[in-house]
Design a protein around this ligand. Structure first.
Ligand SMILES: [Zn+2]
Length: 360
């Protein structure tokens, strides 16, 4: 890859799935469209983009275990630009795993954190709603035939929903990302828990793989161990890949959820999540178009906070022309945000009424 100037790079491998991560300072990529989709040699595919402010990343999916033999930048010379060189060689799993444990992986493997939520006054009892626009940075999510990216569509929608909710004055609103930064799934969950969110809404847009027919409309998902149907299972698997796509090492994630302790809280949280999901579907019915089966469940990682009611909304299908047209239109975005704001009012209604009674 040619570079406009010499930069520092760091390359290392990750397992399961086999990947090579190349970290760079923040750069502006100017590469031909779809260049990373072609399989060549040991590299099945690659993607690139922002991983955090000040840092860019290239992630190569490899066809098997590989060794990073060299990763360096050649000086610009004799009219030739500076050039990033990464040499990979096939290896076997045993020696691959051995190198992994020996390697001193840079801290950059950690994900960026969501921005701080707005400061809270001591007497502010308003519930905190966390809006979670999916994907970001190097993880672009679904891509429409015409080039629109899920990460952009859902960020725009989340921002509209946020200002709508802020205007009511009834809630505090925080977002897991407010720009094109990649945030790991676990960071999103951690953020909503540590800030004591009363509701977590993850916002996505689905896409069907080519040749797998057409589908349309919005779907609201809750967490379940067993997916409600095969399509929900397919979707959860795709959405759960975000961390792997961005080159985050899942094996170093601390497993801090002692499941038994949370069992009770979890059951109550589940009830509330379902309640909100049903209310949301009821409201969306009159404004957005809904999927023929608009209420589903599957094992989404981003919905696993045991103590925060959480839903994931797929606004529609990036792969369906009519859905995409709606999702990028101001009218539809505002109508749909309005419907969700109504659902949120209904969900918190009793609680807000109680709060007011208490204040009198
Ligand atoms: Zn998504």
């Amino acid at each position: 890859m040619d570079l406009s100037q010499k930069i520092e790079v760091a390359a290392f491998a990750l397992a399961d799935p086999y990947r090579v991560v190349v970290d760079l300072p923040q750069v502006a990529f100017r590469l031909p469209d779809k260049i990373g989709e072609q399989s060549r040699g040991l590299v099945k595919a690659f993607r690139y983009g922002l991983i955090m402010q000040g840092g860019s990343r290239i992630v190569l999916d490899t066809s098997g275990p590989v060794k990073v033999e060299k990763a360096f930048v050649l000086d610009a010379e004799a009219g030739e630009p500076a050039r990033l060189v990464v040499d990979l060689a096939a290896t076997d799993r045993a020696s691959f795993m051995r190198t992994l444990t020996l390697e001193n992986k840079p801290d950059r493997l950690a994900s960026a954190k969501p921005p701080e939520p707005p400061a809270k006054a001591d007497n502010d009892t308003r519930p905190l709603i966390v809006l979670d626009p999916g994907h970001g940075g190097i993880d672009q999510g679904a891509r429409a035939q015409s080039g629109e990216l899920e990460k952009d569509v859902v960020l725009k929608f989340a921002q509209i929903l946020r200002s709508r909710l802020e205007k009511t004055g009834k809630y505090r609103i925080a977002m897991t990302r407010t720009d094109d930064t990649f945030i790991a799934l676990s960071e999103r969950v951690k953020f909503s828990r540590s800030n004591g969110a009363a509701l977590f809404i993850s916002i996505h847009a689905d896409s069907l793989p080519k040749g797998e027919g057409q589908a349309e409309g919005a779907t609201v998902y809750t967490l379940s161990e067993n997916a409600s149907d095969a399509e929900a299972a397919r979707l959860a698997e795709a959405e759960n890949k975000a961390d792997a796509i961005a080159g985050v090492d899942l094996t170093i994630e601390p497993d801090d959820v002692a499941s038994i302790l949370f069992d009770l809280a979890q059951r109550e949280t589940k009830t509330y999540s379902m309640k909100f999901a049903r209310t949301a579907v009821g409201e969306l019915k009159s404004t957005a178009r809904l999927h023929k089966q608009p209420l589903k469940s599957a094992g989404f990682k981003v919905l696993t906070a045991p103590d925060v009611p959480s839903v994931l909304i797929e606004l529609g299908y990036m792969s369906t022309k009519d859905d995409l047209k709606l999702m990028v239109s101001d009218v539809w975005q505002n109508k749909t945000a309005g419907a969700l704001a109504q659902a949120i009012d209904t969900f918190f209604g009793p609680r807000l009424a109680r709060g007011q009674a208490g204040a009198n």
